[in-house]
Design a protein around this ligand. Sequence first.
Ligand SMILES: [Zn+2]
Length: 375
Amino acid sequence: MTKNIVNIKEAININDLLFLSSFIDYCKDNGIRNLDRDVLQRLHKEKLVFPALKVYKGVAEFRKIYTEISGEKDWRFIYPDDIKKVKVIKKDKKKYYSTAGISMSMIEEYKKVKRVEDPSEHNFKPWKTKTYAEFYTSYKKLQNQYEFIYDKKQILAIKIALPYLNWVNRLSLSEKNRMYKHIRERINSLYVFLNFYSELEQFNKKAAEIRANKISDLNKNYSDKKAKKSEWTDFYNIDFRGQLKKIAEKIMEENKTTVEYIIKWRSFLVEKSLISEACRSKKIKRNYLKGMAEKNLIDAEDVNWMIHIINTFLFFLTRKDEDVKQVLGDYSLKICVICGSNFIPNKENQITCGSPYCVRQHKNQLKREKRLREK
Ligand SMILES: [Zn+2]
């Protein structure tokens, strides 16, 4: 899979969409403490992490009337069509306008009327800070109001980019460009993975559907508990697993991918979980995990849920049965001496995260130290 994807695009899940401020809260909840609007704007400007969508607000026309509602007289704003329905005492001649809220469930409708943009396809403009929520007589003022929307999963892209941002200003321009190029490549490959991952979510839904249909069938046709159970076991071991294995193999083939690729990205998700970011040894992590029920673990954090989805897929594909608890407890992590992000080492004595940038910086550091010693 070598596509070049600069924004989350196909991996967008309507249920994972958040407005800017909720996305910031979500990131804070999930371990990124220093994230704010300015940082997100900077990531956008530097073409590292784009908002998933830019949605323009609709502008609605209003009339201002003096009316009486439940015995109280007052000025009110009302849709032009509704004027006939109320008692109008006085009427303001001017037209008023106000922006309408954005509803995530309407995104597809907004796309049809061209109110949705992919920010990665447009030149960067500084984010508007002023928003107009009240009623105005100027249509123009309200015309270009918008909201940025992120997909929750983009927290992973931000977790890739942020460790580097803190010290980018210390670098020369050419070094900075090289570093940005590296971050972009990593985020692009993340998005390629997330596109693939969205098929695994579909797979999981499909599995749940088949299961639910069979159970409802069994409940209709069997009154004897024992017979029902034995029929279910037969179905599960042969039909169900067989059917899902086929679907899983098809997904693998269509994406021309390997189990190793999936496991590599699963370990990336492990790196981004609370249990890894806390940077304890494998032994201590396993002690903690001992008492945790699988279901609670899956509910606790979205990365755990993603690991669970991958495990389910791999189970039907390869028959290897692993739970989230096992996977989380399986890795020992280290902290990169250059960028400070945690990583799963490939080699015993590895001390940088392995990103070309950190490897080079570390080499330079060693050279400098050597020169100092030789002086
Ligand atoms: Zn590093």
